[in-house]
Ligand binder design. Sequence first.
Ligand code: SF4
Length: 476
Amino acid sequence: MKTLFLCPPSFDGFDGGAGSRYQARREIRSFWYPTWMAQPAALVPGSKLMDCPPHDIDLKACLAEAQNYDHVIIHTSTPSLKNDAKVAEAIKSQKPKTVIGFVGAHAATLPEETLKTVTAADWVGHKEFDYTCQEVAAGRPLAEVNGLSYRQEGKIVATPERELIEDMDALPWVTDVYKRDLQVEKYSVGYLKEPYLSFYTGRGCPAQCIFCLWPQTIGGHRYRVRSPESVAAELAHAKKLFPQVQEFFFDDDTFTANLPRARAIAEKIKPLGLTWSCSSRANVNYETLKVMKDCGLRVLMVGYESGNAEILKRIKKGITIEQAKQFTKHCHDLGIVIHGTFVLGLPIETKETIEETIRYAMDLDLFSLQVSLAAPYPGTELFELARQNGWYAKGDQKDMLFADGTQQCALEYPGLSKEEIFQSVEKFYHRYYFRARPILRIVKTMLEDKDICVRRLREGYEFFKFMAQRKSDMAG
Ligand code: SF4
C-alpha cells in the first residue's frame, strides 16, 4: 500500500516530535525531529513522511496530500489525540478506502481505548512499531501482523506482542528520509545551534524515573544500541547531505547510559570535526566528559528535575544532589555547556520544595534551563500514583494542555493547588534569568555573533508573549 507517515496539523507550534518529552507548545518556537516516524518510513519503499506543525502545513493541504495514499499512519500523543482523531475522520471521509493506523506512546499504552476514541482508525500499533508499519504497508492482513490491535466484526482484537528490536544496526538510516521529506531549517531547539539535526544511536533507558514517558511506554529499560561504526557512518553521511547543519544531537533517552560506548562513539566521530551534543544523566565521570569534550561535544541536556532530595527519591531519579553538583562542576571546568531541565509538580511538591529547586538551579548556574509541569501520561508510574492518591486536580478533565496547546497543570497536592504550581513556573524563570550572570552570559553570546543576536531577540519576544498567553489561559 502506498503509505503516508503523518504528524498531523495540530495546535500552533505544537512540538510532538521524537525528542519531545512533553508534547506541547513551547516557550519559544521549538521542534524536535519526527524520528519515530522517519524510522518506519525508511523501511517502507515509496512512502512519504509529512511533519505538519514545523512546516506550517494546515488541514486543507494535509488532506490534499493524503488523497494520494492508500494507507496513512498517524503519530499521536495523549494531549493531541482528540485533534488527531478529527484529522483521521477527515481523511477517511474524503477517501473511505484509506487504511488508517495510529502509533505513538498513547496508542501503545491504550490500544483498545485509542481505537474506541478514533473511530476512523483501522489499526493501532503496540510498543515499537517500525516493523509493524512495514508489514501492514506491505499488504499483510492485520490478523497476521504482530504488535497491533484492529477491528474484526465489531470487536477489537489484539495480535501477539512483537519483541523489542535487538539488532539496531539492521534499521535503515533516518537521515535519507529527512533529506527526502523534511526541511532541516524548520527544526529548532533553543539551546542548539541552527539548523540542527538529531537522530538516535540507541533506544531505551535503564533509569526508572516514574514520570518519564518513553522508556515506560515504547523504548523499555534496556539500552539497545547501534554500533559506534554505524553511528559514525550515518553522521558522516549526514554531514554530506546537510552541509548547512551547525550541530548534531543524539536524541537517545540517555546517550551516556553506556559510558564505554559513549567514549567509543566520541572517538570515532572526532575526525569528522563536527559540533555535537546529547542527552545525559548527571552522573558521568570526569574522564568520560573530557573524552567527549575533546571529540567535539558542546552541550549536554541534563534532567535535574528537582532540588529536593525526597522528591528525587520518590521519582526514582537514581541520582543524588551531591552527584549532580559534582557532575555540573566537572562540566563547568571542561567548558561543556549544560541545558538543565526541571519539573514542578512532582510528588509531593510543596511551596518549600519549589523554593528549594529554584535555589538549587541558581546555585548550579547552568547556561540555560527549561521548567516543565509534571505530566501524568498513561503508561507511567506517575499516572498510576496520581490515580491511586487522588492527586488529579479537582474538577479537571485530565487535560494536559489548554486549547492553544500550552501545558496546564494536571496535578495538585495537599496545601499546594494546581494554580500555585502553574504560577511557580514563571516565578522560576524570572528568578533564574533576571540576574546579572545569566543576562551577561546571554548578552556575551549576542555580541559575539550577529545571527545569535537576532535569534535571541526573537526568542525573547516569543518567551514574553508565551508567558502572557499562559496567564490569560489560566485566568480562563
Ligand atoms: S534518566 Fe531521563 S530518559 Fe531515563 S528514565 Fe530518567 S528522565 Fe527518562
